[in-house]
Design a protein around this ligand. Structure first.
Ligand code: COA
Length: 260
């Protein structure tokens, strides 16, 4: 599929989705959000894709936020709809994918950019990355899940300070906060994400998808995560991957998971 605002490439089990509006620092306009939805959905359904990496094009930005020029004249009703639609199409969608998604944060990740990175299953960053939720400096609040996911990742106090000051933190601070898992130079960023993807791919994709469901259940209101874990654990026993994984262990060989 041809996209206008993103690039996708699949190689060695990894689909890399690159947000490609460098002249606008990869800001998320409506069209980009729709294309991202399509690309994530396609990769998630693709049998050859075991891990998805999302990054930004150019050396400056992952994503510098939602496209401010698109919502500057919005009404109360349109504002609400913008957040609801975006959360449904992209942010909640990515978080709940059964394929692991790694954000490779290669520069500014602001507003919707940080919210996209936080919706991914985990994040790695280059040492020039800068992260923040500057929305209150524009008279709005984060609307793509930032008020929920930032406190989950860094704790309430740090999240409150970042949101209230509209400030940015550097990659090292993000690492100290636990917002990103690793920081490397820009040249090393995609190779690192790919190396981690390689480790993930050695394991059962079916078990991983169930683990994502169970971990995410901890963050959903009204859902008992322990119950979800028990259900997902039990379901593993009916999979071909489980048979292969346990048999391979007992036969002292490497598992060759069918992914079923
Ligand atoms: N929405 C729309 N356009 C954006 C954008 C956004 N969130 N972020 C950057 N751009 C555009 C700029 O308008 C500029 O376009 P132009 O060349 O047509 O004028 C281009 O991207 C380059 O940005 P610029 O501001 O010139 O780069 P800079 O290096 O001076 O500053 C930032 C970088 C990230 C500090 C600055 O672009 C910024 O503050 N962006 C907005 C961040 C934000 O508030 N995001 C949250 C949105 S809810």
């Amino acid at each position: 599929m041809n996209y206008e605002n993103i690039l996708t490439a699949t190689q060695n089990g990894i689909t890399t989705i690159t947000i490609n509006r460098p002249s606008k620092l990869n800001a998320l306009n409506k069209a980009t959000i729709e294309e991202l939805h399509e690309a994530f959905d396609t990769a998630n359904k693709d049998e050859n894709t075991k891990v998805i990496i999302v990054t930004g094009s150019g050396e400056k930005a992952f994503v510098a936020g939602a496209d401010i020029s698109e919502f500057a004249n919005f009404s109360v009703e349109n504002g609400g709809k913008l957040a609801a639609k975006g959360q449904e199409l992209l942010f909640d969608f990515v978080e709940n994918l059964s394929t692991p998604v790694i954000a490779a944060v290669n520069g500014f990740a602001l507003g919707g950019g940080l919210e996209l990175a936080m919706a991914c299953h985990f994040r790695v960053a280059s040492d020039n990355a800068k992260m923040g939720l500057p929305e209150v400096s524009l008279g709005v609040i984060p609307g793509y899940g930032g008020t929920q996911r930032l406190p989950q990742l860094v704790g309430k106090g740090r999240a409150m300070e970042l949101v209230m000051t509209a400030g940015m933190i550097d990659a090292q601070t993000a690492l100290n906060y636990g917002l990103v898992n690793h920081v490397v130079s820009q040249e090393e960023l995609l190779p690192l994400a790919e190396k981690i993807a390689g480790k993930i791919m050695r394991n059962s994709s079916v078990a991983i998808s169930k683990a994502i469901k169970a971990v995410n259940a901890n963050y959903k209101d009204g859902i008992d995560g322990f119950k979800v874990e028990i259900e997902q654990f039990g379901a593993c026993f009916g999979t071909e991957d489980f048979k292969e994984g346990t048999t391979a262990f007992l036969e002292k060989r490497k598992a060759d998971f069918p992914g079923k």
